[in-house]
Design a protein. Structure first.
Length: 80
C-alpha cells in the first residue's frame, strides 16, 4: 500500500535514519530524519509550471518549536 523507503547510517556515535513514503503523501517530497532521539520532518511542494514574469526562486521556511518538546513549560502567573 505504501512505498516506504528507510535508510540508516552511522553518524558519529549515533544512527541517522531517513524515512520517506509513509507520511505527508500529498507533498511532492517528504522525509523524516531521526538522529538519536531527535526527529525532524521536512516537506517540499512545488508548482509544475513557472509563473509568468517570475525571475527568482521563492523559498519559505516555517519553523515551529513546541515548548513541551524542548522540555520548556510556560510560566503561569502566581495567583494569591
Amino acid at each position: 500500500m505504501f512505498n516506504v523507503t528507510k535508510k540508516s547510517m552511522q553518524w558519529g556515535e549515533e544512527t541517522l535514519t531517513l524515512e520517506t513514503g509513509k507520511v505527508a503523501r500529498q507533498a511532492d517530497g517528504s522525509v523524516i530524519a531521526t538522529l538519536g532521539e531527535t526527529s525532524v520532518m521536512a516537506n517540499v511542494t512545488f508548482a509544475r509550471k513557472q509563473k509568468p514574469g517570475q525571475d527568482f526562486f521563492p523559498l519559505t521556511v516555517h519553523y515551529q518549536e513546541k515548548y513541551y518538546a524542548a522540555g520548556k513549560v510556560r510560566k503561569t502567573k502566581k495567583r494569591e
